[in-house]
Structure formats: C-alpha cells, structure tokens
Design a protein around this ligand. Sequence first.
Ligand SMILES: NC(=O)c1ccc[n+]([C@@H]2O[C@H](COP(=O)([O-])OP(=O)(O)OC[C@H]3O[C@@H](n4cnc5c(N)ncnc54)[C@H](OP(=O)(O)O)[C@@H]3O)[C@@H](O)[C@H]2O)c1
Length: 374
Amino acid sequence: MNKKKKISILGSTGSIGTQALEVIEKLQDKFEIIALTAGNNVDLLNEQIAKFKPKYAFCNNPKEIQGAEYLPLDEICSNQENDIILVAVSGKIGLKPTLKAIENGIDIALANKETLVMAGDIVMKKAKLAGVNIVPVDSEHCAIHQCIKDISQVEKLIITASGGPFLHKSIDDIKKATVKEALAHPRWNMGRKITVDSATLMNKGLEIIEAHHLFNMPYDNIDVVVHPQSIVHSAIEYKDGSVIAQLGLPSMHIPIQYAITYPDRFKGIKSKSFSFADIARLDFEKPDYEKFPSVKLAYNAGKTGGSATVCLNAANEEAVFAFLNEQIRLFDIYSITNEMMNRHNIIANPTIDEIFEIDKEIRIKTREYIKLLS
Ligand SMILES: NC(=O)c1ccc[n+]([C@@H]2O[C@H](COP(=O)([O-])OP(=O)(O)OC[C@H]3O[C@@H](n4cnc5c(N)ncnc54)[C@H](OP(=O)(O)O)[C@@H]3O)[C@@H](O)[C@H]2O)c1
C-alpha cells in the first residue's frame, strides 16, 4: 500500500466506527478519510471531523455538521474518490449504502451483518459481478477469511462463540435477566443491539447466515463451538482433516485493521505480542441449544432461505429493542421471533424492494404482537 487508501466510515460514532478511527490514527500515513457518518450523535461526529478532517459528513441533522460538507449516504457511497467503505452502521440501514457502493465498484469492509442476513444472495451476486471485494470485519468471518486459501478444498467452517454473559447460568437465570446483566458482556465491548444478540446467542445465528453467504458454504457444513476465552476467533477444516484456526487477543482493532488494510498488514495499533504461555488454556464446549434456541432458529431460517432470514432479522431486532425498553424479558426475544417466523409466508427469491417491504411489515407485526404481550 504505497499511496494513501481513501476511506469512508459509515457509523463512525459507533463501537466499530470509533475503533476504526483509532486504527487509522495509528496508520495516518496509510489512510485519507473521505467521509464520516453518524445517526444522531452529532457532537461526537463534529469532534471526529475536527480531528480527522474528512471532506464530507452525514448525520440525521445536516445543519449541525461543522467542518465538512454534508452529503447524503447514497452520494457518499457513490463517490469515486473512495477506495474502500467501512460499513459499520447497525441494523437494516446498512443494506442500501452497501448496494450503492457495490454498484459503483467500491470495495467494502463489512461490519454490518444485517446486510448479508437480509439480502446475502443479492449482495454477494452483485459484488461478484462488479468485481468488488467484501472483506468481513466480524472477528469470526475475518478469521475464516484469513484461514482460507482455496474454498473448494474446505469441508467445514467452525465458528467460535464466547457464550456471552449467561453461558453457565441456568435457563431460569436467563429468564430473569435484566437489561444491565444482558449488556455486561464478559469479553467484548460492543453496541447495545449486538450485545443483547450475544447474550441470546442470536448473534451466532446471524453469523452463521453471514458465513454461508460470504464463503458460499452450505449450512450443514458450518459448526458453532463455544470458546469462552475468545482467543480462537474461528477455524476451517480442510477435506483432508487439517484444521487451520486464526488466533489473537480479543480486540476488534485487529479484524478492523485487517479488513481496511487488506491485503496488506501493518504493525498499527497492536500493543503487545501474542503469548500462548500467558493464555495458558483454551476451552471449548458444545452450545446448549435449549438455553440458546436462537441459534437453531437462525439455522432453520438460513436453510429455508428466501425471505425467512429477512423475517428473522426484523422480528429479532424489534424484540431486542423491546427488551432494551424493558417491555419484555430476555427469553421472550426468542419466542417472539419464533412466532413471527411461524406466521411468515416465505417468498422464495425476494427482490430488494420486496425485502424492504417484508422487513417493514414484519416490524409492524412484531411491535403489534409485543403490545399484546405486554
Ligand atoms: N461492535 C462490535 O464489536 C461488532 C462486532 C462485529 C460486528 N458488528 C456489527 O457492526 C455493526 C455496528 O455495530 P456497533 O456495535 O458498532 O453499533 P453501534 O455502536 O450501535 O453503532 C452504530 C453506528 O451506526 C450509526 N447509526 C445508527 N442509526 C443510524 C441511522 N439511522 N442513520 C445513520 N447512522 C446510524 C450510529 O450513529 P449514532 O452514534 O449517531 O447513533 C453509530 O455510528 C452492527 O451491524 C454489528 O452487528 C459489531
């Protein structure tokens, strides 16, 4: 990477976005920032603009932007000055900008997993046709991306899961869990929605779907193993039985840096060297699908295909918001999502417009159902 890579960060004020800026601060001679975007946190966005001097910015209150020219998200994603766009917004709003960037032939570092859960078939097909690289930011997929040399020789993907804060709690404890307990993740400091998904293990379910699309791997060849230390970020098994895993300290800086500097590697933000002796032990166990039934729900949605994963994503997200607003209990997230899946009439190959229509409809129905419950 000789000349500076020109990058835009969608969601620069979030957990991934702020860590991406920490990575870029350490690699100032490698990057030029074209645009930064936020939702409502304009104070932090303006601080970032003052420090990183992007040309453009976006947020929901354009008039409050100081020090950069306002551009709508669509225009940021079609701006040919970009070499790469980091999509680090949360939820369904990641999909449209990602498609726009692909249409414009701009490479993507993808943190927003909802994009592939909602429209993985369409997104991956369009990216392939346009010759656009999609490099995953999620630590598990980033690990697999690093392990794979030739996907045709890979038998199985093995995705690791930390197990979240309720790994060794009883079902009764999980049923009584408060928002504060669900947000107290033992290993990762993330946005609220993904942290709740990690507590129910739905996050792992969404990652299975993401992995299926990113690596074109059948669902039956994607395994999940619980690994509480979060040192092995995921692994692949080759047809001859060899297993290659990617290891590292549990820090999102590493996969973020990998994704935005790919295919180059730099010392960057790494603070200390990896030491097996310091880690001493690595544990692995099977996931308990009775305590964490969301993983099975996601497998089933993925295998069903079509609009099933759109429904899964929308119903789960609405239920997570209701849990965060203390309208429902943690375990209800699963039963509500399951109920919405049972009621949904699958559309086999939805278009992008249909995907957004289904997403909207499921969200309305989920909110109505939650109202009836509470
Ligand atoms: N955090 C992690 O460690 C991690 C790991 C792997 C994958 N991911 C995935 O990465 C994505 C981001 O996660 P996160 O934890 O960084 O989320 P987060 O902390 O909630 O940040 C979300 C970002 O999106 C922006 N945003 C929200 N609503 C918006 C809207 N309507 N229009 C424009 N921007 C909007 C937010 O702006 P405001 O600050 O203004 O609200 C913020 O910058 C998610 O899809 C998540 O699943 C995260």
